[in-house]
Design a protein around this ligand. Structure first.
Ligand code: HEC
Length: 145
């Protein structure tokens, strides 16, 4: 009888873990996706330059502290929540985060005030966004990629 209860308890703990297989990975976001928002691409302003101020945009990143070159842990968590709402977990193509900064010829939105930051789906940074949306996780042991 006791064994059966233990078995059930363990079972209940394991099931939700399996069901979350499509979840978005925070570590992958922090190490590989977030730096894309800080990077300067030729001919374009950085994402963070337009997307961290006041305004009603859905893609609103945290404001960097004066002099800071990246976000702290708490801010990164909030950026993760914000970006997560702009992708379709498990789908490497859909969601405004993937389509809005992508050139229309490549399947992106017709217009983005921030420009065609990614000319094609072969852009290495666009591919990172896409891999994150599809649910790729940061491999443990390679945290400093
Ligand atoms: C020059 C300013 C500017 C830059 C740089 C910029 N954006 Fe934007 N972006 C905007 C504005 C303004 C909007 C809202 C109006 C529109 O759709 O164009 C927007 C809209 C978006 C949206 C749709 C959700 C929303 O908040 O409206 C996404 C997603 C987005 N941008 C992603 C990015 C990414 C990713 C980058 C960097 C690779 C980037 N943007 C760079 C100005 C910018």
């Amino acid at each position: 009888m006791t064994m059966r209860i233990v078995f059930l308890a363990v079972f209940c703990l394991l099931v939700p873990t399996g069901a979350r297989a499509q979840a978005l990975d925070y570590e992958f976001f922090k190490k590989s996706v977030q730096p894309i928002f800080l990077e300067k691409r030729p001919g374009h302003a950085r994402c963070v330059a337009c997307h961290s101020g006041p305004g009603n945009n859905a893609f609103r990143l945290e404001k960097l502290a004066p002099g800071a070159r990246s976000w702290n842990e708490e801010q990164s968590r909030r950026n993760f929540e914000t970006a997560s709402r702009l992708v379709v977990p498990g789908d490497p193509q859909a969601g405004l985060l993937l389509t809005h900064p992508l050139a229309p010829e490549a399947g992106g939105s017709a217009y983005h005030s921030g420009g065609r930051q990614f000319a094609s789906r072969n852009d290495p940074e666009w591919k990172i966004l896409s891999r994150w949306a599809s649910g790729e996780a940061q491999p443990s042991g390679s945290k400093n990629r």
